[in-house]
Ligand binder design. Structure first.
Ligand code: UFG
Length: 336
């Protein structure tokens, strides 16, 4: 298939471009580089041995998008191009509404104009808010706890509505749990700008000496060791799920929504212990109060993704830490 990958220079996007090419698909990246480095794509070219066409376009720019659609005959679009910091979304809600909701609408409009009807959308477990129980099935109640979460929920609703109204529009909505790790080459990985919000990049930056210690946000949760429990999933497993999703639509599959997680939860202390074990580095810690909006524990039911796509996460927590550490130690300052 020929696939437009919006946000293809970002963390999950770049890994997905690698897996699409490895599976024999043709890729054109569309990325504004608002939160990604063009160097990621040079690294993707090194890994795959193929040239990757990259259009520096913001998905809200309808005319520029139309230009890219006019030059290619796409079978599908994968849409990663969104803002994803929960904390930042409280400071800049309108920026999040504009990028994440307007961006998705403009992209779907240009797809319709170009006659492209297959769409893979990056959603998040954030649409479950504080879930009532785990493992979480896709049928669980949807609620949001941040402006960021609201953008994902609204975009999901628009996609679902469009697929009801327009028989030519078929979508895969993928709800990610906690993506971590990196490509095994160590050439691409997560490179957050500024202070990392998320656990694994923070641990990596402590281990490489960029930050003195990890703050653990809360050790009084009702979990096995008091720290938050999440479903960490290797980014390469996640990337492969995108290949399955786009191929499923390519074979005529109907619109669907699936969780992408391992089905297994790990606490913050378990992640730190695994990281220390595989990296041989110490990660100094301190305990801090709970972070506003955090939930004690949640993990996915990945059954539907297995049944529908034949997808199952292969890599365990040690492998996630090993690959994250390889990337960070090979590129201590990220894509500089
Ligand atoms: N944590 C720390 N210290 C840190 C960072 C995180 O203790 O410096 C803890 C958190 O309190 C939490 C766990 O590590 O218990 C994981 O936190 P992350 O920030 O890595 O991930 P979240 O589960 O909070 O958030 C992720 C995505 C969001 C998404 C959310 C729900 O980053 O985009 O899952 O799906 F909205």
């Amino acid at each position: 298939m020929k696939v437009m990958v919006c946000g293809g220079a970002g963390y999950i996007g770049s890994h997905t471009v690698v897996e699409l090419i490895a599976s024999g698909h043709a890729v054109v990246v569309v990325d504004s580089h608002a939160n990604s480095s063009p160097k990621a794509l040079e690294r993707v070219e090194r890994i795959t041995g193929e040239k990757v066409e990259n259009a520096c376009v913001d998905v809200r720019d309808a005319a520029a998008l139309a230009g890219v659609f006019s030059r290619h005959d796409f079978d599908a679009v994968i849409h990663f191009a969104a803002l994803k910091s929960v904390g930042e979304s409280w400071q800049k809600p309108l920026t999040y509404f504009d990028n994440n909701i307007s961006g998705t609408i403009v992209l779907m409009q240009e797809m319709a104009r170009a006659g492209v009807g297959k769409f893979v959308f990056s959603s998040s477990a954030t649409v479950y808010g504080a879930p009532d129980f785990s493992p979480i099935p896709e049928s669980a109640a949807l609620r949001t706890a941040s402006p960021y979460g609201r953008t994902k929920l609204i975009a999901e609703e628009l996609i679902e509505e469009l697929s009801h109204v327009d028989p030519g529009f078929k979508a895969a909505v993928l709800r990610y749990f906690n993506p971590v790790g990196a490509h095994q080459s160590g050439l691409i990985g997560e490179d957050p700008s500024g202070t990392p919000n998320n656990l694994m990049p923070y641990i990596c930056q402590v281990a490489v000496g960029r930050r003195p210690y990890l703050q653990i946000f809360g050790n009084d949760y009702p979990t096995r060791d008091g720290t938050g429990v999440r479903d960490y999933v290797h980014v390469v497993d996640l990337a492969r799920a995108h290949v399955r999703a786009v191929e499923h639509l390519g074979k005529g599959g109907e619109t669907f929504t699936v969780n992408l997680g391992t089905g297994c939860g790990h606490s913050v202390l378990e992640v730190v212990a695994a990281f220390e074990r595989v990296s041989g580095r110490q990660v100094p810690l301190s305990y801090a109060p709970r972070r506003a909006g955090d939930v004690a524990e949640y993990f996915a039911s990945p059954e539907l993704a297995r049944r529908l796509l034949g997808w199952k996460a292969e890599y365990d927590l040690d492998r996630m830490c090993e690959d994250a550490w390889r990337w960070q130690s090979m590129s201590p300052d990220g894509y500089v």
